[in-house]
Design a protein around this ligand. Structure first.
Ligand code: MYA
Ligand code: JJ1
Length: 388
């Protein structure tokens, strides 16, 4: 069934019920001297490149590959359209390795036809802190699909991760592979229902008119929580403390330090937005919410070409009820002209999705670990991790 994945150190379907298998690494690290020194072989017409994501030329080439060939919904109506600025941010966190940004070119024309990336991350799995790679942006040009190029890309990124003495990875996918540690549901909150319906992202509900629908999704002009404001650089220590403490309750979560928080959560225009609640009395930072910007191309629509989507990222409530905090996040997203606010049912998101008028989407997201076994499938609420 899975000719490639059956050969890899990942949880296998046949082992799903077997509680005699221990939690933790599936195979031990090999001595670095035994890691293959040369890249894997590609079909002869192609060559490996290491992408320098510092340069706008490279960011543009990657952007062009992804915007034409990356993830689509089940009905091929929308395609993720990560911006160049987003890619520049997502691929250069503290301690990133240029060698983990891997492209494949056609030798003759130099055209970029495939891509895969890793970035380093510390993840906590129960009580263990594990150094990992987060793998993302695996893409093969539409004209080169089903030629078994993806397994070569995955083996090559694995080799380059091993060369840095890292032996585990985390990744998400819309497809089922051996074997998910958890399966999450996408939920969507309409902010611009007229456009969403026009482009086929959503439909008029039964016994609903357009004006009744617009009224249903109306939001206040401004946020309601006293002390709600944009996160600033000087907030990094307080946000780090708040978030670290909050993430302890989940079985799998990132282990973030101040440098990580500055990179991943400090607002960056049209890339990541973060807000917090500063108590007007004590000036304590008590609550936090964030979302990232991931537009989708609308395929083949006569008048609309881009759907502007916000994706819920990390949220922490200690004083402001999470429902009210997320309603303020929706108000900010509407104010910034997003068409839809998306969220997974991870962390405590279940507690606000229905009340804030999110509806379940037709997409699921499966979470995976490479070379790390988890004894039981996790509930989405046990996951404290959001990948981009
Ligand atoms: S998820 C986003 C993936 N990208 C897209 O969906 C974009 C549109 N699709 C494409 O570009 C292609 O269809 C891709 C497959 C490139 C996905 N993750 O070359 P093939 C297996 C893992 O003939 P193609 C993301 O970026 C498939 O089951 N494996 O197929 C996270 C089959 O294996 P098997 C996948 O369609 C990526 C084999 O590939 C995926 O031309 C995490 C077929 O290869 C998938 N999304 O190309 C990667 N889709 O026979 C793993 C298909 O066994 C990282 N396949 O079933 C693992 C950790 C590595 C680091 C470890 C460090 C220690
Ligand atoms: O966006 C998604 N689905 C939308 C559009 C569906 C269009 C037809 N297929 C959707 N819309 C309904 C919204 C509605 C709003 C009012 C309330 C009720 C709901 O369901 C889906 C997620 O649901 N997205 C995708 O399918 C994109 C791919 C998801 C897998 C991602 C893989 C990630 C890669 C890892 O890095």
């Amino acid at each position: 069934r899975h000719k490639f994945w059956e050969t890899q150190p990942v949880g296998q379907f046949k082992d799903l019920g077997d509680s005699s298998l221990p939690e933790g690494p599936i195979e031990p690290p090999t001595p670095l001297s035994e890691v293959k020194q040369e890249p894997y072989n590609l079909p002869n017409l192609y060559e490996w490149i290491t992408c320098d994501m510092e340069t706008t030329e490279m960011c543009t080439e990657v952007y062009n590959l992804l915007s034409n060939n990356y993830v689509e919904d089940d009905d091929n109506m929308f395609r993720f359209n990560y911006s160049k600025e987003f890619l520049h941010w997502a691929l250069r966190p503290p301690g990133h390795y240029k060698s983990w940004h891997i492209g494949v070119r056609v030798k003759s024309s130099k055209k970029l036809v495939a891509f895969i990336t890793g970035v380093p991350a510390r993840l906590r799995v129960r009580d263990s802190i594990v150094q990992m790679a987060e793998i993302n942006f695996l893409c093969v040009h539409k004209k080169l699909r089903s030629k078994r190029l993806a397994p070569v890309m995955i083996k090559e990124v694995t080799r380059r991760v091993h060369l840095e003495n890292i032996w585990q990875a985390a990744y998400t996918a819309g497809v089922v592979l051996p074997t998910p540690i958890s399966t999450c549901q996408y939920w969507h909150r309409s902010l611009n229902p007229k456009k969403l319906i026009d482009v086929g992202f959503s439909r008029l509900g039964a016994r609903m008119t357009m004006s009744r629908t617009i009224k249903l999704y109306k939001l206040p002009e401004s946020t309601v929580t006293p002390g709600f404001r944009k996160m600033e650089l000087h907030d990094v220590p307080a946000v780090t403390r708040l978030l670290r403490n909050y993430l302890l309750q989940f079985l799998v979560a990132p282990d973030l330090d101040e440098n990580d928080v500055e990179h991943w959560l400090l607002p960056k225009e049209d890339v990541v937005d973060s807000f917090l609640v500063e108590s007007p009395e004590t000036h304590e930072i008590t609550d936090f919410c964030s979302f990232y910007t991931l537009p989708s191309s609308i395929l083949g629509h006569p008048s609309h070409s881009i759907l502007k989507a916000a994706y819920s990222y990390y949220n922490v409530s200690t004083k402001t009820p999470l429902l009210q905090l997320m309603n303020d996040a929706l108000i900010m997203a509407k104010h910034k002209d997003y068409d839809v606010f998306n969220a997974l049912d991870v962390m405590q998101n279940d507690s606000f999705l229905k009340e804030l008028k999110f509806g379940p989407g037709d997409g699921k997201l499966h979470y995976y670990l490479y070379n790390y076994r988890i004894k039981h499938v996790l509930r989405p609420s046990e996951l404290g991790l959001v990948l981009l």
